[in-house]
Design a binder for this molecule. Structure first.
Ligand SMILES: Cc1cc2nc3c(=O)[nH]c(=O)nc-3n(C[C@H](O)[C@H](O)[C@H](O)COP(=O)(O)OP(=O)(O)OC[C@H]3O[C@@H](n4cnc5c(N)ncnc54)[C@H](O)[C@@H]3O)c2cc1C
Length: 478
């Protein structure tokens, strides 16, 4: 898709940085050397002049809220950030463009969280808000604990939506759903407000601290702070909930959905890719399939996101046609639910104080400012062709994620959490899963509160106190 777009990939991310008030920020925040991709905020301003422009008149906009912490992006990462800060007493606003919270888990139907134990299944290395959510879902028969060499958790993500509503309501977080973050306002080198567009128009949220949990570093990019994007990103996937696969298996004992959809003997077969899935907890013969793959799609760019979305649904239709024609006698449809959003694995990253590397992960490096632990292996969905590149943890029972990989360079009052943290390709392949992003969210919420409480910049907070406070909140801090 879009391989000959007039802007190169590098240009695209530079343009993103220029779309907001980048020039206000650039003097303070531009990194000395830039990262491997060679981006800088200065270049961003140049890229913005590509193509015709039109002047947007300046205007006064209402301030919809004035708070301590504004979290942008309401996946579990963002919800956990908001709840963690609010439980410490901060006044928190949470902005989300969907009509529900949960991000990829709910909007894109991805229903599996990975193990909370070390590689030897000897020690619990992940706790906090993730385990609270497990308990809440379990009370509603909406969690399946799949025991095996590595335990994992299948979630009913429709129930998850409602549990996340309850979590933020109980914590007194002010939710703003159906609200698209579009810009920041920078005053004296600090972000003073986030600007949203929602049904009521264009409005500002004033805050002392900001957390960018948009997955694509939208807030960092729109502020003109340093970001980067790899030349090849992991491909997005349009998931789907199919029904009746067990019924098919009863009639066709050799049926395997993951083989069938790539079997070239069927005219509807997909290009070689990768497929996995999980039964929907609480569902009857309902199966979440992640089997499509859209190559060369940079979903941090609006037009490519649109194209990828339509291509993803086309592939789902091909799967359904394949099943109908070859396994269902042309009767009925296996299609039960399409996701609200294509599942995006990777977009922009913020350049942070520390770039987490694959070697650090696989060597099990311990960080004094560690805020999260994980075991999920390096898992890179190949950007072209089929398959996945896996690299397993062999030398260490778990790895750690340092706080410094959440602190954008030049930041005074903004943190990133989730898949937009600073990590090389290999490290990113591992840390991107939700059980890891969830911990980053909780840590970012606590760190934002500490910055407020101590009057320090996010880069200067006491990370010993951060770890202690996380521990008091039930997180596993090792
Ligand atoms: C197909 C697929 C399968 C995967 N499989 C697994 C798996 O089995 N297990 C696992 O743990 N992980 C899996 N992952 C990875 C994991 O789901 C993601 O990496 C993780 O959810 C990222 O979390 P996040 O909070 O950073 O971003 P997201 O989940 O993308 O959340 C970002 C949130 O911010 C909101 N947002 C974005 N921009 C704006 C804006 N401008 N204004 C307002 N709101 C905004 C979005 O609507 C969204 O709710 C998979 C990913 C994909 C795509």
């Amino acid at each position: 898709m879009a391989t000959d777009h007039p802007l190169s990939r590098r240009g695209l991310f530079q343009a993103a940085g220029a779309a907001g008030l980048g020039s206000l920020w650039s003097a303070a925040a531009s990194p000395a050397g830039g990262a491997g991709d060679g981006n800088s905020v200065g270049e961003a301003a140049a890229a913005s002049s590509a193509g015709p422009t039109i002047a947007e008149p300046a205007r006064q906009i209402p301030v919809a809220a004035d708070c301590d912490v504004c979290v942008v992006g309401g996946s579990c990462t963002g919800v956990f950030a908001a709840v963690a800060a609010a439980r410490l007493g901060a006044k928190v606003v949470l902005i989300e463009s969907n009509g529900f919270f949960g991000g990829v888990a709910t909007a894109s139907l991805v229903n599996l969280w990975h193990s909370t134990e070390d590689m030897e299944n000897q020690q619990q290395i992940i706790a906090g808000l993730s385990t609270e959510v497990f308990e809440r879902l379990d009370r509603r028969n909406s969690l399946t604990v799949v025991k095996g060499k590595r335990t994992h958790y299948a979630l009913n993500t429709e129930e998850l939506k409602i549990e996340l509503d309850a979590l933020i309501t109980e914590a007194n977080v002010r939710p703003m759903l159906h609200a698209m973050f579009v810009a920041t306002i920078v005053e004296d080198g600090r972000i003073a407000a986030a600007v949203i567009e929602d049904k009521s128009g264009r409005r500002a949220i004033r805050a002392r601290q900001f957390i960018d949990a948009t997955g694509d570093a939208d807030v960092v990019a729109r502020t003109g702070m340093p970001i980067y994007q790899r030349d090849t990103v992991q491909p997005p996937t349009m998931c789907v909930i199919l029904r009746g696969l067990e019924a098919i298996r009863r009639k066709h004992p050799d049926f395997n959905i993951h083989r069938a959809i790539f079997d070239a003997k069927y005219p509807q077969a997909l290009q070689p890719g990768f497929s996995w899935g999980r039964a929907v907890p609480g569902g009857e013969d309902e199966y979440m399939l992640a089997g499509t793959r859209v190559f060369n799609a940079n979903c941090a760019e609006a037009d490519e996101l649109t194209e990828a979305t339509i291509e993803g649904r086309r592939q789902v239709r091909a799967i359904c046609d394949l099943l109908r024609e070859h396994f269902m006698d042309g009767q009925g449809t296996p299609l039960l639910t399409l996701p609200a959003k294509i599942g995006i694995r990777e977009g922009r990253h913020a350049q942070c104080l520390h770039t987490l590397t694959q070697d650090e992960l696989l060597d099990g490096r311990r960080f004094p400012d560690a805020i999260a632990n994980g075991t999920y292996p390096v898992d890179i969905h190949n950007a072209s062709g089929g398959g996945i590149t896996f690299r397993y943890l062999e030398k260490t029972p778990f790895y750690q994620i340092p706080y410094s990989s959440l602190v954008p360079r030049g930041a005074h009052n903004i943190l990133v959490a989730g898949r937009s943290i600073d990590a090389d390709e290999g490290a990113f392949g591992a840390v991107r899963v939700m059980i890891n992003c969830n911990q980053m969210g909780q840590a970012a919420g606590v760190a934002a509160w500490l910055a407020l409480d101590s009057g320090k910049s996010v880069a200067d907070i006491d990370t010993h106190r951060l770890r202690e406070t996380l521990k008091q909140q039930g997180a596993a801090i090792l």
